[in-house]
Design a protein. Structure first.
Length: 143
């Protein structure tokens, strides 16, 4: 059985943005050493739905990049240690069948289902997801 530190880390969308933009919440976070160690082992994952979510946030003016959004995504997915976790039919179905109660945000549901399906810890600041993980349904690493 793999140690927790050997599991991949699935980055919630906001964590991916913070990491790629070098933003403060991750610079001073206690999880920074674990994040760096996992990146060195090429264990960081980003859900395909996070790309969609970034596009939606940019289109609504809630997020802006120094580059065109598509260029930002290409560069962010090419960063060392990061790979894309695809949205498979199994993940899509699992997102509609999460145990217990999970809120209705489709992107969060797919991100949670992705973490469960690929055996990853989900790195997030989202309080609802952290609480869900505390119930034992998801391996979560809070930022």
């Amino acid at each position: 059985m793999a140690e927790l530190s050997d599991k991949p880390l699935l980055l919630d969308t906001h964590v991916w943005v913070w990491l790629m933009n070098g933003e403060e919440p991750l610079k001073s976070s206690q999880v920074r050493p674990q994040l760096e160690k996992t990146a060195q082992g090429a264990g960081l994952r980003v859900s395909a739905i996070s790309v969609w979510e970034l596009g939606m946030l940019e289109a609504k003016g809630r997020l802006s990049f120094s580059l065109d959004g598509a260029q930002w995504v290409r560069r962010a997915l090419a960063a060392p240690g990061i790979s894309l976790a695809p949205l498979t039919p199994e993940i899509a179905l699992a997102s509609s069948r999460l145990p217990d109660s999970f809120h209705g945000d489709p992107a969060d549901r797919i991100i949670a289902a992705t973490a469960r399906q690929i055996g990853a810890r989900l790195l997030t600041k989202d309080r609802q997801i952290i609480t869900y993980g505390e119930k034992g349904h998801l391996s979560v690493l809070p930022v």
